[in-house]
Design a binder for this molecule. Structure first.
Ligand SMILES: Nc1nc2c(ncn2[C@@H]2O[C@H](COP(=O)(O)OP(=O)(O)OP(=O)(O)O)[C@@H](O)[C@H]2O)c(=O)[nH]1
Length: 352
């Protein structure tokens, strides 16, 4: 292949059709790596690309240099001769593809060999298109423009898919979040409880589930109004979030004025200590509506179940036990936590 077989940039076909990649006065930010071993051919290609309006043209005379330049400069497109000294163009194309996993840089093969097998081998090796030498400038520019369109489209898709991924993540979080308190909602809690049962079963560690319910909350709403009721639920939500200091502890709004706490690696005795501390914190925070009397005290009742889960432990069974314990706490006078397994509440425990 010789430079004379390349149709030079002054070819009237470009001038007459205005077939430019971009204006040479305002070149498009687009870089092309030309891999061609023959200096005359290479400089003719470089001159053509520059006059067509490509902003940066990189040159390599063999495969190894091409690979190094590709890695360091990240061109937008590669013009790759098939016949090169040492490693051939097919080898270079495969190396380029391996050098950018998950990415795509268009590769256009250049060859004087207009035969179907070469086209096949070029595409197989990772090429995207094929130009037969002598390269006509108008065809070269047309292919550059087509590849650039594909590249722009791909970049837009990558950006969009990144945005979509973030939006999905946000949506998933929202689907599992209670909008009033910002805590995990029941759906999220169900999923997390299942996951923690499996984890505790694998680790052979105790898992505690607590259901907490505000006492006489209907009366609260009736006396101070629903908006104050909502404020109160938000305060309790914050309190429960604060009390969950370990990374895997989860506070959830189970529904209405009922909350759930998932406490991994928490044995029965620890869960009772935790419940007493929670009661004391609630007292200390003095959550009360503005027009409530000074001695107003919001209280919580709770049902606790603790077990070392095995293959037969279900979330439903744990919730039933916690609910039964909560019922016991309510019926024994409220403002206490009752442990299903210990059949004891926090008030009794304090008295022991
Ligand atoms: N403000 C407000 N109130 C709610 C919300 N969800 C549930 N409630 C109220 O919580 C009250 C719960 O009442 P009950 O189930 O009778 O329980 P309680 O009055 O707390 O009585 P005990 O649980 O037996 O102590 C109802 O009045 C519900 O309307 C909410 O999102 N905001």
């Amino acid at each position: 292949m010789t430079a004379s077989s390349f149709t030079a940039s002054t070819n009237p076909a470009i001038e007459s059709t205005g077939a430019r990649f971009s204006s040479p006065d305002a070149p498009a930010p687009f870089s092309v790596l030309v891999v061609e071993d023959q200096p005359s051919m290479r400089s003719a290609l470089v001159a053509e690309l520059k006059s067509a309006g490509v902003s940066q043209v990189l040159e390599a005379e063999n495969g190894r240099t091409a690979l190094a330049l590709f890695r360091s400069e990240r061109p937008d497109l590669v013009l790759l001769d098939i016949r090169l000294p040492g490693e051939d163009g097919y080898w270079v194309a495969r190396q380029l593809r391996e050098a950018e996993p998950g990415e795509w840089t268009p590769i256009i093969f250049l060859s004087g060999l207009d035969n179907d097998l070469d086209v096949w081998r070029g595409i197989e090796a990772g090429g995207d298109d094929y130009l037969v030498k002598p390269v006509k400038p108008i065809v070269l520019v047309a292919k550059l423009r087509a590849m650039r369109r594909l590249l722009d489209m791909r970049r837009r898709l990558v950006t969009l898919s990144g945005e979509l991924h973030l939006a999905n993540q946000k949506l998933n979080e929202m689907v599992e979040m209670d909008s009033l308190t910002g805590l995990v909602n029941r759906r999220g809690m169900d999923r997390m409880l299942h996951a923690e049962i499996m984890a505790a079963s694998r680790e052979g560690k105790p898992l505690t589930l607590m259901l907490c319910d505000l006492d006489h909350f209907k009366r609260f709403n009736d006396t101070y109004g629903h908006l104050q009721g909502d404020e109160c639920l938000k305060h309790v939500g914050r309190l429960l979030r604060d009390v969950c200091v370990r990374p895997r502890d989860v506070a959830a709004r189970y529904g209405g004025e009922e909350f759930a706490l998932i406490l991994p690696n928490t044995p029965r005795s620890g869960s009772m200590t935790f419940a007493r501390a929670l009661g004391q914190m609630l007292k200390a925070r003095k959550i009360r509506p503005p027009d409530a009397p000074e001695d107003f005290q919001l209280t919580l009742s709770g049902g606790i179940t603790t077990c070392i889960p095995d293959a037969n432990t279900s979330a439903e069974a744990m919730l039933m036990r916690a609910d039964e314990a909560l019922y016991a706490a309510k019926s024994q006078g409220r403002n206490r936590f009752f442990s299903f397994e210990m059949q004891m509440d926090t008030v009794e425990q304090r008295q022991l």
